[in-house]
Every structure is written in structure tokens, then in C-alpha cells.
Ligand binder design. Structure first.
Ligand code: C2G
Length: 137
């Protein structure tokens, strides 16, 4: 069984995330998503997710490409995750290009960066909703 792992917050889940997960799954038979916890989001990424970890986990577990969701609570867990879950391929969007190449030196994983879906982001969704609200007020 070929195992793939990817990491993220996946808040306000949108089709850019789905595109990533769908393409990541193509590299194996089993896709693990390490989902940023609320604390990690706040302490390490300085962002507060709209949906709690439990709700974001539930959303991800409903996606056909996703086989397992585990918590991401540190920048530094990737090496242990790769070993613990016998991961063959590490996949991230290319906004992270180059940032995780070190994993190939320290483990047997292939590190793959996939093109982001260009026209969608959580920030943009929030801004457009905000502007719409301004207009309708
Ligand atoms: N993504 C994408 N296209 C978009 C938006 C996101 O392909 N339009 C990808 C990102 O490149 C990432 C994944 O979807 O691979 C999850 O995105 P985020 O939730 O924004 O993840 P991020 O906050 O970058 O956290 O340790 C790694 C971090 O946890 C990654």
C-alpha cells in the first residue's frame, strides 16, 4: 500500500483544497491529512480558523480521497509522522515549494509540490463576503 501525507488548515473548505486532495491521492492508495489544530493555527500561523478542529476534521473525513485525519500541532512533526505512518509520498501545494525538500534527505519519501488552484482562497472568500455585506447594508 502506497501512503501519501499532506498538511493544512483546510478552513472554509473549498474546491482548491479538494483539487489538492484529489491529486495527492493519485500518488498512492491511502491519503493521510495532518490537520492543523486550533491551537497550532493560532500559535504558529497566527490565524483563527472559522470552523473548529473537530468540524474541519469531520468535513475532511467525508471526502472520498481522504483515508485518515491526524492532528498537526507542531511544525516539527513531519519526520516522525512519515516514520510512524510509513509514508511514501509527501504532497503540498506549491506555495510551499522547496520548504520541505529536507524530508527527502532525511527519509525515503518523495516530496511533491502541486500547483495551487489559482483563483480561490479562504482570504478571498472572506473578503468578498465582507464586501457583499457592505454593499447590502
Ligand atoms: N491549496 C491549493 N489551492 C488553493 C488553496 C490551498 O492547492 N487555492 C492547498 C495548499 O497549497 C495546501 C493545502 O491546500 O497544500 C491546504 O491549504 P491551507 O489550509 O491554506 O494550508 P496551510 O495553511 O498552507 O498549512 O505544515 C504545513 C501547513 O499546515 C500548511
Amino acid at each position: 500500500m502506497k501512503r501519501v501525507i499532506t498538511y493544512g488548515t483546510f478552513d472554509l473548505l473549498h474546491y482548491g483544497h479538494i483539487n489538492l486532495l484529489q491529486r495527492a491521492k493519485k500518488y498512492g492508495d491511502y491519503l493521510i491529512v495532518a490537520l492543523s489544530t486550533d491551537e497550532f493555527n493560532w500559535n504558529a500561523k497566527h490565524k483563527k480558523s472559522y470552523f473548529s478542529y473537530e468540524k474541519r476534521k469531520r468535513l475532511l473525513e467525508a471526502i472520498r480521497y481522504v483515508d485518515l485525519v491526524i492532528p498537526e500541532n507542531s511544525w516539527h512533526q513531519k519526520l516522525t509522522d512519515i516514520k510512524e505512518y510509513h509514508v511514501d509520498t509527501f504532497v503540498m501545494g506549491d506555495d510551499w515549494a522547496g520548504k520541505f525538500d529536507f524530508l527527502e534527505e532525511k527519509t525515503t519519501v518523495d516530496v511533491i509540490y502541486l500547483p495551487r488552484t489559482p483563483e480561490v482562497s479562504t482570504t478571498q472568500i472572506k473578503e468578498e463576503l465582507q464586501n457583499k455585506g457592505d454593499v447590502e447594508d
